[in-house]
Design a binder for this molecule. Structure first.
Ligand SMILES: Cc1cc2nc3c(=O)[nH]c(=O)nc-3n(C[C@H](O)[C@H](O)[C@H](O)COP(=O)(O)OP(=O)(O)OC[C@H]3O[C@@H](n4cnc5c(N)ncnc54)[C@H](O)[C@@H]3O)c2cc1C
Length: 450
């Protein structure tokens, strides 16, 4: 019987394990996981009901071939609502769905959980040995890297010692930043994405009366989902076009949607099923241009807020309890229990100074593998068992998730899923993508060993 080691027991790793176990009775699946909760990861461990899914329920099934699986589960568990497919449920409810699926599969004797961190992989003739943080090791015939979301990179600042301060919270997905919070003092959040929104809602729910400042280079704010979201598919117009031409065509459709009283959100959403193909067809130079010039505005258009959340945020801004600042932090220093921040403002290059009680880093998961300090990643990179992606987003793989090793040789034994494929596929971290990848990897593994 062959052994498959899955490193990382977040949702990507668990979806792969489930697919392997459902498709074969001849394999032993070992999930190596460093955290207590299985399947939940940073996205679904939250218990705060204000933290909502950013994908509508109708698209969150664990199984591409059974698209109503999550909806059926919601209905069977008393979460019925009108137009249920379009609803954005709290993430803790999705966490319950995951836990139920994981518990069901836990009964399978071919599935084993190993509570440790994988710190190295060595090749041994036709198999591998995965070294663990508890000094044990396991033998595996094939390996799936499902390492998921690493902590955000520390922001640049003159005084780097600030990163060690107890007023600085590098992990925005853990509620540590709410502990011993001085409710009357101001807080700074770095980054304007959806995790910033989660943090604002949690801070407010926990009674913060001080102001929340948010800083990002451009100072963009999240847009809202619209009720009318469908727009005719125009992907055929984009095939074979350059980035500039794609940009112009999309702009034309956005303008057209406006004149027809349709929503721009529908135009963006119509591209979602094709974003991987669009990305793959771009040249490396175009991908770099996209990252430098379009990525931020695309992020705002693509990662939107449910209307209720958007309204809450708008009210906080109007009441001046929340202020979004466009600029770059130049320094952060802790003085007498307060943090002094210096920001170089985008609009006029002036320096703005703030004094806050704590700083929360919501700049998003660190994707630049060459800069990660993770032990496993560093060792695999140094042995060239994985190669950092040229765009500084994840690692090099084939479109099917086979890892590229030394000299860009395609591995038929080591696979990667989810955020590790960011540079290869761009759109690769949400459930609609990872459930497809999990099934593809499972099929490849089973085909190669049976
Ligand atoms: C705050 C947030 C909200 C999100 N909301 C949504 C949403 O609403 N809808 C949606 O579709 N997607 C959402 N996503 C995307 C989300 O990333 C995916 O849905 C999914 O959770 C990714 O799972 P993962 O297993 O790839 O990563 P993770 O959840 O990060 O899990 C990876 C796990 O691997 C472990 N690990 C890493 N290295 C090792 C090692 N060496 N040894 C052992 N264990 C290791 C980590 O500790 C971690 O627990 C959200 C993401 C975030 C961060």
């Amino acid at each position: 019987m062959k052994t498959i080691a899955i490193i990382g027991g977040g949702w990507s790793g668990m979806l792969t394990a489930i697919q392997l176990l459902e498709k074969s009775k001849n394999i032993h699946v070992k999930v190596i996981h460093s955290e207590q909760s299985i399947g939940l990861g940073s996205a679904y461990s939250t218990t705060d009901e204000a933290h909502l899914l950013n994908v509508p329920a109708g698209k969150m099934s664990a199984f591409q071939k059974n698209p109503s699986h999550f909806i059926d589960w919601l209905k069977n568990n008393g979460y019925s609502s009108e137009n249920i497919e379009a609803q954005f449920f709290p993430r803790y409810i999705y966490g319950k769905y995951i836990t139920e699926l994981v518990d069901y599969h836990k009964k399978n004797k071919l599935l084993e959980f190993i509570h440790a961190k994988a710190i190295d992989i060595t090749k041994q003739e036709s198999a591998y040995r995965v070294l663990l943080s508890n000094s044990n090791s396991i033998r595996a015939d094939k390996i799936v890297l499902a390492l998921g979301n690493f902590l955000p990179a520390n922001p640049k600042s003159k005084s780097t010692s600030f990163h060690l301060s107890s007023s600085y919270f590098q992990n925005p997905w853990h509620t540590g930043y709410l502990k011993n919070l001085d409710l009357n003092k101001d807080v700074l959040i770095i980054g304007t994405g959806l995790t910033m929104i989660d943090s604002v809602l949690s801070l407010k729910k926990n009674g913060l009366k001080g102001k929340i400042f948010v800083v990002s280079p451009r100072g963009y704010t999240s847009a809202a989902h619209s009720k009318q979201i469908t727009y005719p598919n125009f992907y055929h117009e984009l095939k074979g076009k350059s980035l500039l031409e794609i940009f112009q065509i999309v702009r034309r459709h956005l303008k057209f949607a406006e004149t027809k009283n349709s929503s721009w959100q529908g135009v963006i959403d119509s591209l979602r099923p094709h974003s991987q193909q669009i990305w793959i067809a771009l040249s490396k130079k175009e991908k770099q241009q996209f990252i430098s010039h379009i990525r931020h505005i695309w992020g705002i258009a693509r990662h939107r807020l449910p209307l209720t959340t958007y309204n809450e945020i708008t009210i906080l801004k109007k009441k001046e309890q929340l202020e979004i600042i466009g600029g770059r932090i130049i320094d952060m220093q802790e003085k007498n229990g307060n943090v002094s921040i210096a920001i170089n403002l985008r609009k006029n290059s002036a320096i703005r100074e703030l004094v806050v009680s704590r700083v929360i880093n919501c700049t998003g998961p660190q994707n630049n593998y060459a800069e990660l300090t993770d032990e496993l990643v560093q060792r695999l990179l140094s042995k060239k068992m994985i190669l950092a992606d040229d765009l500084k987003m994840g690692i090099k793989t084939t479109l099917n998730g086979n890892v590229l090793e030394k000299d860009e040789h395609i591995s038929s034994d080591i696979f990667a899923i989810g955020s590790l494929l960011r540079g290869v596929l761009w759109e690769t971290t949400a459930v609609p993508e990872i459930r497809v990848q999990a099934e593809n990897i499972a099929m490849q593994i089973i085909d190669s060993i049976e």
